[in-house]
Design a protein around this ligand. Structure first.
Ligand code: SF4
Length: 556
């Protein structure tokens, strides 16, 4: 693709432009270059990307005990590695134990799948790694990543070798850096897509994944680039959403400053129109602002959303144009939003006459053997392309119409359902206490249990077009986007019937994203009294669902 190459400040971190102040928010552009907390210190002491060489040459040979704690709990993340939670530690002890007491000697390894694109060779490599090194685990995340568990440090170099041989990587899959780029799972095939953003995603990954200029950001940086409203774009630090300009044609509407977790904020429109060829430069400009002006003093104020909230969109746009791009951006119209976000489940026609098929595992849990069988099924039906979605689901592209029914049937046989119940379709769960050191409650198994219960108990209900999203999180972080679900379940300890603290959830109701006028996007309401113990969760959600189904209005 033709991409402009205006020299920008994105290429060169600024020298201090103001005298150093004793406190403030730790913004580099205002002269605060000395680390103000332990995370900033780790990044300054050594570029986190450098840890790969130590893994390959030292740690993989000498084992877990040889790993420097600052690498282990800090820099490893830049290569997609987190220590995994030791089995058997209950959620009540999450906040009181030291990190080394919570972790075992195995790792979670996250593979970034930018735009969710996988071909058969890649799928088979992922399946093989899962089988050989990860005890068959391979979860689909809600950011189009794949997560392995039970990985040993000794095996990481071989895993990288296999992944990179087929064009996959774990580079900056985690850490304070630009992570996987979300993209439409139907980019390039959707009938209603005017511009395929894939060249911009590929260019951003080619130029900047593992680029030292952006390897030390104040915190994580999330991106979404899609023509359609089929990613949770408002929950990203930067999002490009397709829009047709009345004079200049198809391009992208730019949004900045979205993020959930604590202090959730939806991204805001800058009101500019960006043509495809300029997306990588504009993206780099936004990342540059975050690197230079982002807050680095407190971790819980270090996401871009806080800067956007303080500056407002007018100042953000002016700084982007004047300091980072050296030109003004064109004003642009707002995109038209559908009544609800698109998840692509089921059979849909592509613009070339073939079909794509969206199928649901349960709460994103698949296994290596299942992915290997998926590759065989996909190949047998004449396709080479699978896409992951940001809703823990997957798509098979390029299926001839006459082979579609057979594909749907064979997917069902391997546990991937293209005609799922509303409950299976709408339920997501984060990693939870099974592997996550921050977790307070179990999520995956509870999510699966919940889906099974609702399918069984509400089988006779007339669901019509009801789609109820249910998102389970294992702690107050928002990895499964609790706040923007119809029913958001935030893991916490609650008081059980006998007065003792037990696993439970705070309930958020009525959140949503990507909605048209009249169905405003927003966060679910968190009401103090709305809590349930984990044990009572299935019954609680069943009651909620029944009440909703009985009381909903026409078209709701
Ligand atoms: Fe872990 Fe909490 Fe994120 Fe779940 S929401 S994966 S428990 S940090």
């Amino acid at each position: 693709m033709a991409v402009s190459s205006t020299p920008t400040r994105s290429d060169n971190p600024p020298a201090a432009r103001a005298s150093r102040r004793p406190r403030g928010e730790g913004q580099w552009a205002l002269g605060h270059r000395e680390p103000l907390n332990a995370n900033e210190r780790i990044k300054k002491d050594d570029d986190p990307l450098n840890v790969r060489a130590r893994i390959e040459h030292i740690y993989a040979h000498h084992g877990f005990a040889s790993i420097d704690p600052q690498d282990l709990r800090g820099r490893f993340r830049w290569w997609g590695l987190y220590t995994q939670r030791k089995a058997g530690i209950d959620g009540g002890r999450t906040a009181v134990l030291e990190p080394h007491e919570l972790e075992d000697e195995f790792f979670m390894l996250r593979v970034r799948v930018d735009g969710g694109e996988l071909n058969l060779a890649q799928l088979r490599v992922v399946a093989g790694i899962s089988r050989d090194f990860a005890r068959d685990t391979a979860d689909l995340t809600d950011r189009q990543n794949i997560q392995f568990h039970w990985v040993r440090i000794e095996d990481v170099p071989e895993i990288w070798r296999r992944l990179e041989e087929v064009g996959l990587q774990t580079t900056e899959a985690c850490g304070d850096c630009p992570r996987v780029v979300l993209g439409s799972p139907v980019a390039g095939v959707a009938r209603d897509e005017l511009v395929d953003p894939t060249p911009a995603i590929d260019e951003i990954v080619r130029r900047y994944a593992g680029d030292k200029r952006f390897a030390n950001l104040p915190r994580k940086f999330k991106t979404s680039i899609s023509w359609l409203v089929d990613t949770p774009y408002e929950a990203n630090d930067v999002a490009f959403l397709g829009v047709a300009h009345p004079e200049h044609g198809p391009g992208f509407d730019l949004w900045v400053g979205g993020g959930l977790s604590t202090n959730p904020m939806l991204a805001k429109r800058l009101g500019v129109w960006v043509p495809l060829a300029q997306v990588p430069d504009v993206w780099a400009g936004v990342v540059g602002i975050f690197r230079d002006y982002g807050y680095r003093r407190l971790r819980n104020r270090a996401r871009l959303k806080f800067l956007v909230a303080d500056w407002g969109v007018g100042k953000f746009r002016a700084v982007l144009e004047q300091e980072y791009l050296g030109r003004t951006l064109l004003d642009g119209p707002a995109p038209e939003l559908p009544a609800k976000p698109i998840d692509h489940i089921g059979v849909h026609p592509q613009r070339d006459g073939r079909n794509y098929v969206g199928a649901a595992p349960v709460v994103g849990r698949v296994s290596g053997p299942q992915l290997a069988r998926l590759a065989d099924v996909v190949e047998a039906h004449g396709s080479d392309r699978v896409r992951l979605t940001p809703y823990q689901k997957l798509l098979v592209l390029d299926v001839a119409p006459e082979r579609t029914d057979s594909l749907v049937a064979q997917l069902r046989r391997i546990g991937l359902e293209a005609q799922p119940s509303a409950w299976r379709r709408g339920t997501m769960a984060c990693t939870g206490i099974e592997y996550c050191k921050l977790a307070i409650v179990e999520t995956k198994a509870r999510g699966a249990e919940l889906v099974a219960r609702l399918e069984e108990r509400l089988a006779g209900e007339d669901l019509k077009d009801a789609d109820i999203s249910i998102h389970l999180n294992g702690c107050p972080n928002a990895c499964a986007r609790t706040q923007v679900a119809d029913i958001g379940l935030k893991g916490q300890l609650v008081v059980g019937p006998d007065g003792r603290q037990v696993e439970g959830f705070q309930v958020h109701l009525g959140g949503g994203l990507g909605m048209a006028q009249g169905q405003t996007a927003g966060f679910g309401r968190k009401l103090r009294g709305l809590r349930t113990t984990a044990e009572e969760l299935p019954e609680y959600v069943e009651r909620l669902a029944r009440r909703y189904l009985a009381g909903r209005c026409e078209g709701e």
